[in-house]
Ligand binder design. Structure first.
Ligand SMILES: *[C@@H]1O[C@H](CO)[C@@H](O)[C@H](O)[C@H]1NC(C)=O
Ligand SMILES: [Zn+2]
Ligand SMILES: [Zn+2]
Ligand SMILES: [Zn+2]
Ligand SMILES: [Zn+2]
Ligand SMILES: [Zn+2]
Length: 491
C-alpha cells in the first residue's frame, strides 16, 4: 500500500526531470521523418525516434542510450516503462532498431528553407556537409553565420573581413574599411568633370581641372567683373563694355574702356579732329583738339567779324519773325482790348509833352483790315488838358489789295468800369459808322505818314469822370475797340 501510494508521485517527479532533460539534450532525433516511425522506434522517455537504441533484456523496452543513462543516473534502478527492477547487466545495444531508425528516410532540416533533400538518416551528415542551406561560419572569421548559398555573395560583397582590391588604385583593403573610407573616394577613380565639359579624369586631378583648366568653369571677366563660362569669355570680351580698346585717333598709349570710347572721341580725345567753335558763324577750320586753342587765339579778328555778320543776319530774322508773330497774334474777331498800364506816370508825361500812346497793331479778322488804336491821356486838340482822346487809324495791311475800300464797318470805343461787381459797372461807350468820303478810311498807302492822326474822339471822357468810379484801377485803364464784322465781306 505504501509503495502503491508513493508510485505516482515518484513517476511524476521522474517525468518532470526527463522533460527537463529532453529540453536540454534532445537525445532522440528531431528530424522530420518522411514516414512516421514504428511505435517501437520511439523512445518512451524523449518520445522521439531513438538514437543509439538500447534494450532492457528482462522486459524488452527500448530507449535512447542517453535517455536511459540519464534516467538511471538519478539513482532509480527501475525500467521507466514498467517499474521492474533493473541493472546494467540487463541493458544491451539494440543494433537492429538503431539501424532501422538510421535507414529511415528523413527530410533535410532546411526543408522549410527550401532544401529538397530526402535521404536515409545515416546519410544526413554527409548531406549537411554540402547542404547549401546549412549555416556555416564565415571563413574570414567575421561574426556572420551563413548558409552555403549566401556564402559566395557574402565573401564577395558583404564580409567586413574580406579583402577588396580597389579597381582603380589596386590597393587591397578589408571590406569594411573599403566601404567606409575608400569606395566613392578613391583618388584614382576616373570620373566625369562635374561641369559637364566632357573630360574624364582621376578624382585626384579633378579639383585642379575644374578650378584651372576646365573650359566650362566659371571665370570672372577681369574688366567688367561679371561671371562667364570660360569658353565664352573671349567672345564676351569682343563686346565687353569695360574691355580696353585703343582710341582710333591713337591719341595716347593708354587704352580706354569700350563704353567710354564715344565720349572720349567726341569730347576728350586731344587727337580727335574737331571743328572750330565759330563754325556756325562761318569758320570752316578743322584741326586736332589740342591745337584748337591756338587757332582761336590767332583768328580772333576774323571770328569777331564772322560773329558780327551772324548777329546782323539773326537780327533780320528776328525782325521778320516778330512781324510774323505780330500779324498772327494780333488777329482778332473784331474786338481789340487794350490795357494801358502805369496810367499815373504816363498821364504826367503827357501833361508836359503831348504824347500819343499807340497800341499794338491788330487785324479786324484773320484776313481783315490792319488797324492801330491810340490815346492822348491828357487830351488832344479840342480835348487837350480836359479830356482823354481816343483814335483809330488804318494801317497798310497784308490783305488790303483784296479787301473792300473805303473801310465802312461800324466801330465803337469803350472804356471799362473795372468795378469788382459786374452789375454795378458803367462802361463809357461811343460808336460811329465811317462815311465813305472820309479820308481816314480810304485804302492806306504803303509809305503813309505814320504820324498822321487817326479818326476818333478828342473829348472821349473828361478827366473828372475818368477819376470817378473804377475807370482807373491798379493804375491801369482798359479800352475796347470793336469793329462790327456783320457786314464784312471776307475776300
Ligand atoms: C471834356 O472836358 C470838359 C471839361 O472838363 C467837360 O466839360 C466835357 O464834358 C468833356 N467832354 C466829354 C465828352 O466828357
Ligand atoms: Zn530518447
Ligand atoms: Zn582605390
Ligand atoms: Zn571640366
Ligand atoms: Zn567683361
Ligand atoms: Zn575758326
Amino acid at each position: 500500500m505504501v509503495g502503491a501510494s508513493r508510485r505516482p508521485a515518484d513517476r511524476r517527479r521522474v517525468y518532470i526531470y526527463i522533460y527537463y532533460l529532453w529540453w536540454c539534450t534532445m537525445p532522440g532525433y528531431t528530424w522530420t521523418f518522411v514516414d512516421r516511425p514504428r511505435r517501437k522506434c520511439i523512445c518512451p522517455l524523449c518520445r522521439l525516434p531513438v538514437r543509439e537504441a538500447v534494450r532492457v533484456s528482462s522486459c524488452g523496452h527500448t530507449f535512447c542510450d542517453i535517455c536511459l543513462q540519464e534516467f538511471l543516473s538519478a539513482g532509480v534502478f527501475k525500467c521507466p516503462e514498467d517499474d521492474k527492477p533493473l541493472d546494467y547487466a540487463q541493458i544491451y545495444p539494440d543494433d537492429d532498431l538503431t539501424s532501422e531508425v538510421m535507414n529511415s528516410l528523413i527530410r533535410c532540416r532546411y526543408n522549410k528553407d527550401g532544401c529538397r533533400w530526402v535521404g536515409k538518416l545515416h546519410n544526413l551528415q554527409s548531406h549537411l556537409d554540402q547542404c547549401c542551406y546549412d549555416n556555416i561560419a564565415c571563413p574570414n572569421k567575421c561574426p556572420a553565420l551563413l548558409s552555403r548559398l549566401s556564402l559566395e555573395d557574402h565573401l564577395e560583397y558583404s564580409c567586413p573581413n574580406r579583402l577588396v582590391v580597389c579597381e582603380f588604385c589596386s590597393q587591397q583593403l578589408p571590406g569594411d574599411t573599403y566601404e567606409r573610407t575608400h569606395s566613392g573616394q578613391c583618388p584614382c577613380e576616373v570620373m566625369w568633370c562635374e561641369n559637364k565639359c566632357g573630360a574624364r579624369l582621376e578624382r585626384r586631378f579633378l579639383n585642379n581641372h575644374m578650378r584651372n583648366e576646365c573650359h566650362k568653369r566659371t571665370v570672372e571677366c577681369s574688366y567688367c567683373k561679371r561671371d562667364f563660362v570660360q569658353e565664352t569669355l573671349q567672345t564676351h570680351q569682343y563686346q565687353c563694355p569695360r574691355y580696353p580698346v585703343t582710341c582710333p585717333n591713337r591719341c595716347d598709349p593708354t587704352k580706354i574702356a569700350r563704353e567710354d570710347l564715344d565720349v572720349h572721341v567726341q569730347a576728350l580725345c586731344p587727337s580727335a579732329t574737331v571743328s572750330c567753335a565759330f563754325k556756325k558763324a562761318g569758320c570752316s577750320h578743322k584741326c586736332p583738339r589740342f591745337s584748337m586753342d591756338k587757332h582761336v587765339e590767332e583768328n580772333m579778328k576774323h571770328h569777331l567779324q564772322l560773329m558780327c555778320d551772324l548777329s546782323q543776319r539773326q537780327q533780320e530774322e528776328i525782325t521778320q519773325l516778330c512781324d510774323a508773330l505780330y500779324s498772327l497774334s494780333h488777329v482778332t474777331d473784331g474786338t481789340f482790348i487794350w490795357r494801358i498800364t502805369n496810367y499815373k506816370q504816363k498821364f504826367l508825361e503827357s501833361v508836359y509833352k503831348s504824347v500819343e500812346i499807340v497800341s499794338e497793331p491788330f487785324y479786324t479778322s484773320r484776313y481783315g483790315y490792319k488797324m492801330v488804336a491810340s490815346v492822348f491821356l491828357n487830351g488832344n486838340g479840342a480835348g487837350e488838358g480836359k479830356n482823354l482822346s481816343v483814335y483809330i487809324k488804318i494801317l497798310p495791311g497784308d490783305y488790303d489789295n483784296i479787301l473792300d475800300w473805303p473801310f465802312s464797318l461800324p466801330i465803337s470805343f469803350s472804356l471799362f468800369d473795372q468795378c469788382s461787381s459786374p452789375d454795378k459797372r458803367s462802361n463809357i461807350c461811343e460808336s460811329f459808322t465811317p462815311d465813305p468820303t472820309w479820308k481816314h478810311f480810304q485804302k492806306p498807302l504803303k509809305d503813309a505818314d505814320k504820324d498822321t492822326l487817326g479818326f476818333g474822339y478828342p473829348k472821349f471822357v473828361s478827366h473828372d469822370v475818368l477819376k470817378s468810379r473804377d475807370y482807373i484801377k491798379d493804375d491801369c485803364i482798359v479800352i475796347k475797340v470793336k469793329v462790327d464784322n456783320n457786314k464784312f465781306i471776307c475776300p
